[in-house]
Design a protein around this ligand. Structure first.
Ligand code: PLP
Length: 551
């Protein structure tokens, strides 16, 4: 069943398209039937992976993994290697995603994913995606000059994290412009500075005098607008892009190899991965790693109080709103469903404030595929059946606000995953607890950001069920604490040995005083107003490039 033969192909989770190439799915983002792209088969690892891969660098590991998903006929190996090398050269540590041990007794480790340019795990995927976009565009444009060249216009909305990671992924890329809308004055000062101080000509920040929802609505309207789609090739970078999931698979393997090298990892030891989860992208990469053959005993989903996933794993019901007491405070989902529709709760971990998790649809497809058909059914039939189930579930979610699955589907989901829900209070307690306990052993205490603290809280709970010394927990640290001063200050102010100044990395110091470039967009002028700005700024950018003779 493995498909490291020559052609990995992709299909839509809702059954509307099959046999697409990697390039198709990366440039398209979302399938035209509204579904998400997944590989037609999850490749198995080569038989000798454990010995052959164990000492590989992050880059070489990435290359070996990506090669199982991208046919060499699409991206020749030398090119793929070069894309990978450039994508991770921007990281501040040679190891790209190092692991640190937080608790030797409980075998709790932290996989640090925040050493990229914007200090958030999204860099791991978006540095790669930016280079991929450029690679495909430049290849399509071979021999073309000036206005004959295909140009990609990436449009996104952000409440913080995705926007800066996307901008750093795409800055300076040939044949690509990026427009990121943010609600003016409603993004944290450090995140706003990260985005708007990037001066590359192809980076366009749009500050909208409205909410994140307004920005999101503008993005949707632009993607649906026939006029701009005639003149511009639009693309999205939100977490539904398959290349982002793919890029995240690498660090599960990387962390595994780091772990088994440690003396405390015995031959009989097992590992659980714990993932602070919002749109289910990061943990879905862990699911792929596990299905490929990485020996992860379980994947633990850690949610904040926006707990739709946790509720699903408890009940088999996937519902936007719990039956009782939904709070309607209006939150800031990064690329999920609009906040005000049902009430996302605003928490200390804003990157996980979602109502529904877009990538969960991908898991549903694999669950349906496994449960509703057998190995002996023809493969096309099996795929169609899975697609039909997914389409029905997602239609119910849209029209009824939720759906339930059969107990067999739930059982299958539970065999791969467990879940934990963590409140703001618990998040703060963990930041404080970890700082204090590590102060005793390290030269200074370890400071978790609130998202990573949710993972660690869940890891401690899981370690009561699946105990040390046999079990090791690797919990993913998704952001640097400096990005979330509010939670960190609340948890640690006044603690012995704590000072905010020590948290702030030198790259972020003085960032807020640097010159900025941003265009202001009036909400009252509607999405057409945004369209006018986008068209004009792309035009100016291309003109400048023409004049510089740089095409
Ligand atoms: C995006 C994000 C998450 C959630 O990741 P998903 O892939 O959406 O589940 C968690 N923490 C931080 C800091 C993030 O930026």
């Amino acid at each position: 069943m493995s498909s490291h033969s020559s052609s990995q192909r992709y299909l839509s989770t809702r059954g509307g398209s099959y046999h697409l190439s990697f390039e198709d799915v990366v440039l398209k983002g979302l399938a035209s039937d509204g579904g998400l792209f997944i590989p037609e088969e999850i490749p198995s690892l080569p038989a000798d992976w454990a010995s052959k891969w164990q000492n590989l660098s992050f880059e070489d590991l990435a290359y070996n993994i990506f090669s199982l998903y991208i046919s060499p006929s699409e991206i020749p190996s030398a090119d793929l290697k070069d894309i990978i090398r450039r994508s991770y050269a921007t990281f501040r540590t040679k190891d790209v995603t190092p692991t640190v041990t937080l608790d030797k007794e409980k075998n709790i480790h932290l996989l640090e994913l925040f050493h990229g340019p914007t200090f958030a795990f999204k860099d791991v995927a978006l540095q790669f995606l930016g280079n991929l976009f450029e690679y495909f565009l430049v290849r399509r444009n071979e021999g073309k000059t000036g206005r004959d060249r295909e140009h990609l216009t990436v449009i996104g909305a952000t409440s913080g994290d995705t926007g800066s990671a996307a901008i750093y992924g795409l800055r300076g890329k040939k044949d690509v412009s990026v427009f990121i809308m943010h609600p003016s004055g409603k993004v944290s000062p450090i995140q706003e500075a990260q985005m708007t101080t990037v001066m590359d000509a192809n980076v366009h920040n749009l500050a909208v005098d409205g909410t994140f929802d307004d920005c999101q609505d503008f993005v949707k309207a632009l993607f649906a607008d026939p006029e701009i789609n005639k003149t511009h090739r639009l693309a999205a970078v939100n977490s539904i892009n398959w290349a982002r999931i793919l890029a995240q698979i690498t660090y599960f393997f990387h962390a595994y190899f780091n772990l088994i090298r440690q003396p405390s990892f015995l031959p009989a030891s097992t590992v659980r991965f714990v993932v602070p989860t919002g749109n289910f992208g990061d943990i879905l990469a862990g699911y792929f790693a596990r299905r490929m053959g990485l020996p992860a005993e379980k994947l633990v989903i850690a949610t904040n109080e926006n707990d739709i996933l946790h509720r699903f794993w408890q009940s088999g019901k996937y519902e936007k709103k719990p039956v009782h007491g939904a709070e309607a405070e209006g939150g800031i989902p990064e690329d999920g469903v609009k906040a005000h529709e049902d009430g996302v709760k605003e928490t200390l971990s804003p990157a996980m404030d979602i109502l529904v998790s877009s990538n969960f649809e991908r898991l549903l497809w694999f669950l349906a595929y496994q449960v509703y058909s057998t190995e002996s059914d023809p493969i096309e039939e099996r795929r169609k059946t899975a697609g039909n189930h997914v389409r029905t579930w997602l239609n119910d979610l849209k029209s009824n606000g939720g759906f339930s699955v059969d107990s067999s589907i739930l059982a299958s989901a539970q065999s791969d995953f467990e879940s934990e829900r963590v409140t703001d209070q618990q998040t703060l307690a963990t930041i404080k607890g970890v700082f204090t306990s590590t102060s005793a052993v390290l030269s200074h205490g370890y400071i978790l950001d609130p998202h990573s603290a949710i993972g660690i809280t869940a890891a401690y709970r899981s370690s009561q069920r699946s105990k040390p010394p046999t079990t090791h927990h690797v919990s993913l640290a998704t952001a640097h604490p400096a990005k979330f001063s509010n939670a960190v200050e609340t948890a640690l102010q006044g603690e012995k040995g704590y000072s905010w100044h020590d948290v702030l990395p030198k790259e972020m110091q003085g960032l807020e005083d640097k010159p900025r470039r941003v265009s202001y967009v009036k909400k009252a002028e509607g999405w057409q107003g945004v369209r006018t700005v986008v068209v004009a700024e792309v035009e100016a950018e291309l003109n400048a490039a023409d004049n510089a003779g740089s095409s």
